[in-house]
Design a protein around this ligand. Sequence first.
Ligand SMILES: NC(=O)C1=CN([C@@H]2O[C@H](COP(=O)(O)OP(=O)(O)OC[C@H]3O[C@@H](n4cnc5c(N)ncnc54)[C@H](O)[C@@H]3O)[C@@H](O)[C@H]2O)C=CC1
Ligand SMILES: O=C(O)[C@@H]1CCC=N1
Length: 297
Amino acid sequence: MPSTYSASYEPAKEVPSVIELPSVAVLGAGAIGKSLLKGLTKPGVAVNGSIYATCSSASRAAELASLSQVTVTAVEDHPSVNKDAVFESDLVVLAVNPEGVPALIADVSTSFRPGALVVSVAAGVTLARLKKMLPDSVTVVRALPNMGGEVGCGVTGVATNDSCTQEDLKIASDLFGTVGTVVVVGDDQLDEVSSISGSGPGYFYFFVEQLTATGIELGFSPGQARVLAEQTFLGSAALMQSSGQKPEELLRYFTSPQGTSIKAIEQLSAADFKKVLLKATAASIARAREIAAETGE
Ligand SMILES: NC(=O)C1=CN([C@@H]2O[C@H](COP(=O)(O)OP(=O)(O)OC[C@H]3O[C@@H](n4cnc5c(N)ncnc54)[C@H](O)[C@@H]3O)[C@@H](O)[C@H]2O)C=CC1
Ligand SMILES: O=C(O)[C@@H]1CCC=N1
């Protein structure tokens, strides 16, 4: 990756008023695809041309029909819709599940506009593999977003390869900048990004669920335990954001040496919580490597 690329990219600060993007096709409007469509149709985002979205079923297309400015079509209704959308677009987002990527690219490969930018969000499908499957006339970027994008608070790792220009990186960064913050990483780091921020929302919900279950064991009703746990996590995240302080600073500030919290934190530390997280992320990374093998790395 050229050394001139910044380590992180924050379009919200660098582009004060309008993020401009070219005509776009989101192939596979599931959870991630829909969050990107919400970003693309926000005020302050100008797409110079059409926004196409495709999905498998007519029922999913009906669910997305209320997205203004977006033409959503199901493969079930129009089998050629992926090809048609690609033909009309300068930016193509591959947002189907990893195992569907090879067949999708095979289906649309003759329809790309020369110079089109293809962005894949598929976990585990490597840039090298994508490049091999795609025609030489297009450029490919790989990204690993997360579900925070649904509420405009996502974080996405973006990686390019040698054939990408600064302009390609800017377009990809602006695309994910519509739904949150972007971190530019090496193309060998995306499985690790996936294990931290891609899967991170799952870890968070797991912690909330576990603290709720603990509250129930301590004698609270399920409703009470849920409010106590959920509101605690929401309040703590909001405080970290509004104060701008680091988690370790907040931890020190709110954990008095003679108090109760420190006793609980000592137990978490003694259980080697970091080791647990290392094992969890290692398992996520291993699965991404398996997906790479399954999709023909
Ligand atoms: N969900 C997450 O938190 C993250 C997901 N990803 C990646 O994003 C991709 C999508 O994930 P999700 O949105 O969670 O999955 P999803 O299952 O919600 O969405 C995939 C969508 O693609 C549609 N689809 C399948 N084949 C199609 C075809 N040939 N043409 C058009 N549409 C087709 C499906 O009907 C479905 O609606 C995956 O590759 C995943 O690895 C990456 C980072 C985070
Ligand atoms: O669970 C998954 O496979 C996707 C990719 C990263 C987060 N969610």
